[in-house]
Design a protein. Sequence first.
Length: 427
Amino acid sequence: MIDLTKAGAAEIAQSLTRAKARYGDIRGRNLALDMTRGKPSAAQLDLSDGLLTNIGPGDVIDTDGTDLRNYGGLAGIPSCRKLFGDYLGVPAEQVVIGGNSSLQMMYGALARAMTFGVVGGKGPWRDEAPVVICPVPGYDRHFAICEELGLTMVNVDMKDDGPDMDAVEELVANDPKVKAIWCVPKYSNPTGATYSDAVVDRLAKMKAAAPDFRILWDNAYAVHHLGRGLDTVADILAACEAAGCPDRPFIFGSTSKITYAGAGIAMFAGSKANVKDALDHLFFETIGPDKITQLRQVKFFGDMDGVLAHMDAHAELVAPKFKAVDDALTKHLAGKGIATWTKPRGGYFVSLDVLDGCAKEVIRLANEAGVKLTPAGSCFPYGKDPFDRNIRLAPTLPPLDEVVQAMEVVCACVELACLDKLAADAG
């Protein structure tokens, strides 16, 4: 293959003619494929069907005599806090079990910060024109929370081992309005990057102009490997305690891509002071979460060994789809100079970068050819990719044969859009 960015005008024109013919053929197939969201497939959800039948009337009285069908248990049942403390790597007493959505717990934590402030702060964040650092490309729902609540967002680049810490440290040290940073520490959405020990250490030790600065540690993919074993991430809570800022991390997780996406459990963890503060506010929001669902999850897994074995079964279903994505990109685009992509070891996405100014056109062409992709700019605050080059690919939901078909379309659209731009630049 030739590097198209170094080709002459005649060679680009010939390649463009072939790309248009290929796209015309693909467009005529009348496909209807969807790779927009990182949802588990039906086969993945089937792995958890034991949840539907694993408790009976005799199971609903907890070991301390609590009737799990009744009100109470604001922080969660003890066995669930223990299991998911092990999952997050924190003591059980520093875990709060919520409903089915970690996104809701993240929204709640930031809404409370805006309204009341946080431990160690001087009052509501809303009084200080707060700013949140957003590593990009990143998770669109994190950015939507900030936009909804009126938190200004500032981009920093995401690297292979975490956010650009030089940029992060400069922002945090010099501006007291900088109140938080979003982090997906393992198999980040969408790049699949895992934070290095050095990045975790710098996040914990960096000087913050705001005494109430928070690390929003969304450990969404803690056990979501693709068959080559789990990456490890240093303990952010321990690192912050050692650095003298124990209240800095807010830690979140859920079972939404482990068991049932709409009927799992979410969790929040942090310092003892942060947990107390959260529970003090949650007292006014709810009488308590669904303890029956908590019990089902505990009985289903038993312990962390059960969680890990379950995720091995997930990997067997998901890994071939990620391989199909990489195989297609390698076959059709490698060496052409018009695209680069990540090769994640876990998580739910592949991040594809095309020539600057081409992502929107790739997605438009794909949609017209019957393949829906996440809108361009989705992985950036305010939906604005400053270079119009990033595309998030989500291969988990469709069957494998549909992933293969969709990627043929995606590759054809990348080549056509980029050749169009190169031809225009050459002309």
